[in-house]
Ligand binder design. Sequence first.
Ligand SMILES: Cc1cc2nc3c(=O)[nH]c(=O)nc-3n(C[C@H](O)[C@H](O)[C@H](O)COP(=O)(O)O)c2cc1C
Ligand SMILES: CC(C)CC(=O)C(=O)O
Length: 375
Amino acid sequence: MTQLRSGPPLLTASDYRHNAAHLVEPDVWDFIEGGAEDERTLAANERAFDRVRLRPRVLAGVSDADTGVSLFGTRHATPIGIAPTAYHRLIDPEGEVATARGASAAGALFVVAMFASRTIEDIAAAVPQPQGLWLQVYWLQRRDVMRSLVRRAERAGYGAVMLTVDVPRMGRRWRDMRNGFTIGGDVAAVNIDPAVMAAAHVRDEGESAIARHTADTFDPTLTWADLAWLRAQTGLPLVLKGILTAEDAALAADHGADAIVVSNHGGRQLDGAVATLDALTEVTDAVGDRMPVLFDGGVRRGTDALAALALGARMVLTGRPPLWGLAAGGADGVAGVLRAATGELAHAMVLAGRPTLAALDRSAVRLSSLTGADA
Ligand SMILES: Cc1cc2nc3c(=O)[nH]c(=O)nc-3n(C[C@H](O)[C@H](O)[C@H](O)COP(=O)(O)O)c2cc1C
Ligand SMILES: CC(C)CC(=O)C(=O)O
């Protein structure tokens, strides 16, 4: 629990959010909180969890719950990990180094963004077990830059590479465009050659600088066939982030992905896209046991995580809450927000009579409450 110098203790993600809102610059807050266009998908992600109805089992002799989970040979104390988010130094001077320490203290996976504001190596040096870090990448026009990032992650001991596949171009985020949002000062994407990033600091009226540098550097012509190139660059597991349909989940498995993440980028890409909780069962049905399925979007409470895990996710990732933790209390805040959600999950598992994650299956959720079908 993060105890601030003054004020009540922060017990839930919502507490961290309210606290953090006053601690970062308004345009940075909009960048964190915002979604694409009218933010309907952003809102739908969280709201989907309001429809979940749990089916607790009683007299199951469950006095404690084990939230541990293994993935690609690494054990994590919690199935709630940190989704990749760019530029943590906008929020805390230590940036991703603080986030990594917080994640490690909570026993959580931390997916470091390609647009991290600390180096891959400094982040790895901050934790005892770098295999608990994964590197997220976008597909750049400059494949040599991608190759060198992936190789650096491998050398630094990272556990996997996550390719984000839902950004052929950036979603239109009205808040950032109205704010003329730009990354500047001493915050930069330090892992990428400055020549590649030059456009990040240039923008026209009504344009977000992040949208501009995405348009200038990402390769939108990418197809499934190109994945073989990335696969050949590294021996690390390859995880695809941004899958929302059974069709694409099956293609991901056919093209050798080691795992996928059901994600709509936190409602920041296609506004109107399905809420991730509503996409989860079609994806887990399509994949079966061919590979692990991870999940993100709107996870705010332990019971949200419990629902996604029960519907077949191996792990859940959370994007905005760790940033609220980072703003509220640096590494301690990150650990605090993760421990809060993990504590809620363990508590709910005991009350639901499921002592382990393996014991969580679809019988823990009333599916009709999610599909609207008759019970
Ligand atoms: C401020 C911010 C920056 C993000 N940056 C990235 C990024 O660099 N790469 C990426 O794949 N996803 C990025 N995302 C999306 C997250 O990885 C994740 O999909 C999303 O935040 C999950 O939803 P949640 O915030 O409701 O938990 C970002 C999200 C936010 C809020
Ligand atoms: C710098 C951006 C490409 C990060 C991102 O993916 C996002 O803001 O959603």
